[in-house]
Structure formats: C-alpha cells, structure tokens
Design a protein around this ligand. Structure first.
Ligand code: CP
Ligand code: NVA
Length: 330
C-alpha cells in the first residue's frame, strides 16, 4: 500500500503515479464524508500554519476549512504580518515554525525556497504555489478530470492554452506525463517550459504511455481534445507592464466557442482561477480599458457553459488539500 506519512509535498515530480492516485482516492472519500455530514476530525490536537507571500482565495480557504474539518488548529500569516523574509530569513522562520506546528503551507515565489523549507522545517511542508509549480492544484484537477471521465484518464487529450511555461503549464505537463494523458501545450514558442523540464516529462511519459507535444496552432490543438485548460495571461509576481505584450502574444490562444466546437463532444473546460473571462474586477477593468479587450484567456460564453467545470474544480481544492494533509500528517 501507499504510505506518504511524514513527507512534504512541494512538487508532483516527487510523487509516483500510485501515490498521486492514492491522494485522489482519499479525496473522494473525504468528499463523500463531507457531503454526508460524517465528521472526520482525524487530526485533532495538531496545528498547522499557512504562510502566504502572495495573495490567495481558494488555496487559503481550502487549507483553513480542511484543517478545521480535520480538527486542527490553523494559523494564517499574510504577506505583511510576520517577520518572514524581512526581518528574519525564510529558513529561520521555517525552523521556528517547525518547533510549534505539525505542518507548514507555503505560497511564495521561489521553488528552491519551498524545497529548502521542506528540508529544514522537520515537519511536512506543502507548496501552495510557487512561480514554478502548483502541486495541490494538480490533485484537485485530476479529481475533477476523473469525475468527468469515469472510464479513466489514461489516453485523454489534454490541451493547455496560453502561457505554457507558467506554474500551471509546468505542473499540468508533469501531471499528464505521470498519469498517461496526452499533453499538448498550445501557445507561442517563446512561452514554453524549459528544455530540461520537457526532457524530464518525456522520460516519464515513455513509461506511462503519455505524450508531450507543443504547437502554436490552436485549432489543431483543440481538435478532438478531451480537456481544454487555460490560465491567466500574467501571473502573480510578474510586472503589470507585461499585459500589453501578453495580450498581443496570447490573444490567438483564447479559449472560445470556436475551439470548444472542435473538441470532443464530451470535452470539458477547466481553469485554476482566478480568471479574466469578464472584466468585473479592478485589474480586469484597467486592462480592458487600456487595451480595448473585453475577454481574455477564456470567453464568458465558454466559462459559463455546461462544459465548464471551473467551480467543481475550485471546490475540489478543499477536498484534495484535506487528503494531502491527512496522508502526510496521519
Ligand atoms: N487556484 C488558486 O490557487 O487560487 P488562489 O490563488 O485563489 O488560491
Ligand atoms: N498562474 C497563476 C495561477 C494562480 C492560481 C499565478 O501564478 O498567478
């Protein structure tokens, strides 16, 4: 059987397909329990701390609700309210918090840093997003795909549109490689993952039956796709000045009804959120006004369509983060 007790969760690359599947299976059990009102305070008496150097809605709330459901005490430290990174190094912070807490969530910029934290903290560290990877999102995404393709995910055509070398593009390529899906990265050549990460994924893919391809032809990519996925065009930590360039580069890769029409009839649309499918946000309004564009990475029509699973996906963050904490802390 799978046993990941005591392990950190900083990237999907560190986990075997069996371990990833186990986390999804545990998530399904927790989702059923939650739906049926069955209490599951299995980690009562433990405490966790959530460190955020970037803002968050889903990840933070998922850790808080999941922690409470498991019976744990939860401390949240926002980007401004601790000594971390300013008066005290992250490494020292980790060693202090490791003496008080049973687990540490960290969202920040550098992947190296979260891995260093994991080495030094002495307790499990969970990566709540870095510039490079977003591993807890991957378990939620795999659960969401399984819910829509109950025959299994192996062999599905999975297309990621847009900035294929951001944390989501990188992570989804790894997930597809591990789970035997056909990953297609669809975006401009300049925005592809590093050759090193692609080579790593190709090696994994050779064992699982997955394939990894890239194209700048959105119609070819969408044709017969099972999952169409996109993400915001400028990520947290990137300068706002990038919007002009990204809109120009990425507009051809917007997920719209034309692309959905080319996909498999049972295809689903996914997005980790937050998204700019409309401009009802302050940043969205600014960008829309400045560049005369109303919809960005996905049209409102697709976002609100029957095929869109974005809110199931968001809910699944909570069930899957619960599974990750349970499996590593139990
Ligand atoms: N998908 C996701 O990580 O959302 P938040 O930034 O709101 O946590
Ligand atoms: N690529 C996005 C994902 C947000 C969950 C970002 O890093 O801002």
């Amino acid at each position: 059987g799978v046993n990941i007790a005591g392990r950190s969760f900083t990237k999907i690359l560190d986990y075997t397909p069996e371990e990833i599947q186990y986390l999804v299976d545990v998530s399904k059990t927790f989702k059923d329990m939650k739906r049926n009102g069955v209490p599951h305070k299995y980690l009562a008496g433990k405490n966790i701390v959530l460190l955020f150097e970037k803002t968050s809605t889903r990840t933070r709330c998922s850790f808080e609700v999941a922690g409470n459901d498991l019976g744990m005490g939860v401390t949240y430290l926002d980007p401004g309210s601790s000594q971390m990174g300013k008066k005290e190094s992250i490494e020292d912070t980790a060693r202090v918090l490791g003496r008080m807490y049973d687990g540490i969530e960290y969202r920040g910029f550098s992947q190296e840093l979260v891995e260093e934290l994991a080495e030094k903290a002495g307790v499990p560290v969970w990566n709540g997003l870095t510039d490079e990877f977003h591993p807890t999102q991957m378990i939620a995404d795999l659960l969401t795909i399984e819910e829509n393709f109950p025959m299994g995910v192996k062999g599905l055509k999975f297309v990621f549109f847009g900035d294929t070398r951001n944390n989501m593009g990188n992570s989804l390529m790894v997930l597809c490689a591990k789970m035997g899906m056909h990953f297609v990265g669809c975006g401009p050549k300049e925005l592809r993952p590093t050759d090193e990460l692609i080579a790593t994924c190709e090696k994994i893919a050779a064992e699982t039956g997955a394939t990894i391809t890239f194209t700048d032809d959105p119609k070819a990519a969408a044709t017969d796709a099972d999952v169409l996925y996109t993400d915001i065009w400028v990520s947290m930590g990137e300068p706002a000045e990038l919007w002009a360039e990204r809109i120009k580069e990425l507009k051809p890769f917007q997920v719209n009804s034309e692309l959905m029409g080319l996909a498999h009839k049972d295809a689903i649309f996914m997005h980790c959120l937050p998204s700019f499918h409309d401009t009802k946000t302050t940043i969205g309004e600014d960008v829309a006004e400045k560049f005369g564009i109303k919809e960005m990475e996905v049209t409102d029509e697709v976002f609100e369509s029957r095929q869109s699973k974005v809110f199931d996906e968001a809910e699944n963050r909570m069930h899957t983060i619960k599974a990750v904490m349970y499996a590593t802390l139990k």
